[in-house]
Design a protein around this ligand. Structure first.
Ligand SMILES: [Zn+2]
Length: 212
């Protein structure tokens, strides 16, 4: 048997092991990250290179930078938003929907902001880093859905609230606290589960890093 064949055999054994674990599990939680979105064409903006290398995301997606220059953030996020709007869920997203329908999977905890789990049909999704379905005025807290703001974003105009403040999509910026409710619900789900599936994340991003 060649090296390739041995590797395939090892993979088959691991897949069989994972399937056995899932068969016996009663309360599974999935933790998902950028890797599950990549086959759907969503780039990992934390990784080097690609479309997002022109600007440092740590800078563009920081509160300090947004306060000074929201246009910089929108310039950075607009191509990513277009990708997310055009993206379709892939077989990994659909498999999680099937597991939920079987009554095994209790929650998907995701670091992704692309809404693809919901698009696939997952019902219990805790988005640790928020999403781009809605936005909030940076000055007065007025909420808006993102849809009516997109035309302005595409024209390179910062969408603004009636008070004059810029709208900030409901994603968690670097240095910003995580949204309390999804975080607490995710924590509770992790405490109650008997199996955690880790999909497409190296667990280096907080708070998932605390689950190790
Ligand atoms: Zn406002």
């Amino acid at each position: 048997m060649g090296q390739m064949g041995q590797m395939e055999q090892m993979d088959q054994e691991r897949i069989a092991q994972a399937a056995a674990i899932l068969r016996d599990a009663r309360n599974v939680v999935a933790l998902t990250g950028a890797g599950i979105g990549r086959p759907s064409g969503i780039p990992d903006f934390r990784s080097e290179g690609g479309l997002w290398s022109q600007d440092d995301p740590m800078e563009a997606v920081s509160l300090r930078s947004f306060r000074l220059n929201p246009q910089r953030f929108y310039d950075w996020v607009q191509p990513l938003m277009e990708r997310m709007l055009a993206a379709k869920p892939n077989p990994a997203h659909h498999a999680l929907v099937a597991l939920e329908a079987m009554g095994k999977l209790r929650a998907v905890i995701t670091q992704n902001i692309d809404s693809l789990h919901q698009a696939a049909g997952s019902r219990v999704v805790y988005e640790l880093h928020g999403h781009v379905r809605r936005a909030t005025c940076f000055a007065c807290g007025h909420p808006s859905s993102m849809d009516p703001l997109l035309a302005q974003v595409r024209q390179r105009v910062v969408p603004r609230c009636h008070c004059g403040g810029p709208y900030k999509p409901d994603i968690v910026f670097f240095g910003e606290a995580l949204p309390e409710q999804p975080f607490l619900l995710a924590q509770r789900a992790l405490e109650a589960c008997d199996v955690v599936m880790i999909l497409g994340t190296s667990l280096v991003v907080n708070p998932a890093a605390g689950c190790r």
